[in-house]
Design a protein around this ligand. Structure first.
Ligand SMILES: C[S@@+](CC[C@H](N)C(=O)[O-])C[C@H]1O[C@@H](n2cnc3c(N)ncnc32)[C@H](O)[C@@H]1O
Length: 268
């Protein structure tokens, strides 16, 4: 029953999120080749998280980001604004990976400027903001998710270093996001809707121009055969490599769930 409800949430979210007339902005030499759109019904299959990804207490999801440091993100979830209103499995994996890197090296996020794409509830960016108060983070998504992200930023007490912004893939990056100064880009569970694939690749190209070496952590969950079309587009512009994850059993666990954690590097 829970699964069916979640699937419906995802379906509603998809239909709201991708107006047919959304056009990529600022096409350039980096422009991403457009690909064939698929029928909405096809695109919506198999999208819901296969398991309850987080601890749920009342109307909250609680994600342990670092047990060792006692850091957790408490999320208000809301299915109303679309599929991003709940925490997804890759977001949990990426938050915990960042927590682990921080445990190993407390300077890992120090003073960094970080942008998260398709942030949904704000999970990954908020996790970074909780771990490292000197990091400045922009959590971004489509308009309908902004209120929920704001609420979660406030709820976790990170309003001073986590900013909420609208960033629609394929469109101009908002001017106040310091694109040239970013140290790190994060994205979790953003591969799930085929018409958005070229838009996401375009935004990645805009954020990471040729010659820029920046940490880009990309966590995704394999759901549909069509996902490979995203990677076919991506590999025209980026090398991707699986991240070595030294936590005992962690990689085996999330790999079993179909989740992969990648580092992307722009092709020179
Ligand atoms: C499956 S959710 C993942 C949310 C979050 N990263 C997590 O792991 O819990 C995908 C997110 O991508 C966002 N998204 C989808 N299409 C987008 C677009 N064209 N521009 C910006 N964000 C988009 C959705 O609004 C949603 O929040």
């Amino acid at each position: 029953m829970l699964f069916i409800k979640t699937a419906l949430i995802a379906v509603q979210g998809e239909l709201m999120e991708f107006p047919r007339d959304r056009r990529p902005a600022s096409p350039s030499a980096d422009s991403v080749t457009s690909i064939e759109s698929v029928g909405a019904a096809n695109a919506l299959s198999g999208l819901a998280p296969p398991r309850e990804p987080t601890t749920v207490e009342g109307s909250e999801s609680i994600i342990n980001v670092s047990k060792q440091l006692g850091k957790e993100v408490r999320l208000k979830v809301d299915a109303g604004p679309g599929c991003g209103g709940i925490a997804w499995p890759s977001g949990e994996v990426l938050s915990q990976y960042i927590g682990y890197r921080y445990e190993c090296d407390p300077s890992y996020l120090k003073g960094k400027k970080i942008l998260e794409l398709g942030s949904g509830t704000g999970l990954v960016g908020i996790a970074a903001g909780i771990l490292e108060p000197t990091a400045e983070i922009w959590v971004t998504d489509q308009k309908q998710l902004l209120d929920l992200m704001e609420r979660n930023v406030e709820y976790n007490g990170v309003s001073s270093n986590v900013h909420v912004d609208e960033l629609n893939w394929g469109e101009q990056i908002p001017g106040h996001i310091p694109v040239n100064d970013l140290d790190m880009i994060l994205a979790a569970d953003c591969v799930y809707f085929e018409p958005a694939f070229p838009l996401l690749v375009q935004t990645l190209c805009d954020l990471i121009p040729i010659g820029k070496d920046i940490e880009m952590l990309f966590c995704w969950k394999k759901r549909r055969k069509a996902d490979k079309r995203f990677f076919a587009l991506l590999k025209k512009h980026f090398h991707s490599e699986h991240i070595e994850d030294a936590r005992p059993g962690a990689k085996e666990q999330y790999s079993r769930d179909g989740v992969s954690l990648l580092q992307l590097r722009r092709i020179k």
